[in-house]
Design a protein around this ligand. Structure first.
Ligand SMILES: [Zn+2]
Length: 96
C-alpha cells in the first residue's frame, strides 16, 4: 500500500516537471534554459519576449472583453442618442 502511494506521488512529480519543461507560448524545451520566466505563478516561458507576448495577449483579451461589454452598453445608449439627435435636428430644421 505504501509503495502504491509512493508511486502516485512520483507520477505527480513527473507531471509537474514535464509541465515546466517547455515554454507555454512556443513550446521550446526549457531543460537547457537557465532562465525560466514565470507568469501568473505557474506558467513558464523560455524568454522575456514569450512571456511579454502572453501578457499582451491576456491584456488584449481583457480589453476586448471590456470593449464588448461597453459596446453593448453604448449600443443601447447610442440608439437613444440617435433618437434625440433626430428630434433636435428636426426641431432645428423647423426653426430654420
Ligand atoms: Zn518561448
Amino acid at each position: 500500500m505504501a509503495s502504491a502511494a509512493y508511486y502516485t506521488g512520483c507520477e505527480y512529480k513527473n507531471y509537474e516537471s514535464h509541465f515546466l519543461d517547455s515554454c507555454f507560448l512556443c513550446n521550446r524545451s526549457l531543460s537547457q534554459n537557465h532562465d525560466i520566466f514565470m507568469y501568473r505563478g505557474n506558467t513558464p516561458f523560455c524568454s522575456q519576449e514569450c512571456r511579454q507576448e502572453q501578457i499582451e495577449m491576456d491584456e488584449a483579451d481583457e480589453k476586448r472583453w471590456k470593449i464588448s461589454t461597453s459596446r453593448s452598453k453604448l449600443n443601447s445608449e447610442s440608439a437613444k442618442e440617435t433618437d434625440t439627435n433626430k428630434a433636435i435636428r428636426a426641431g432645428t430644421v423647423a426653426v430654420a
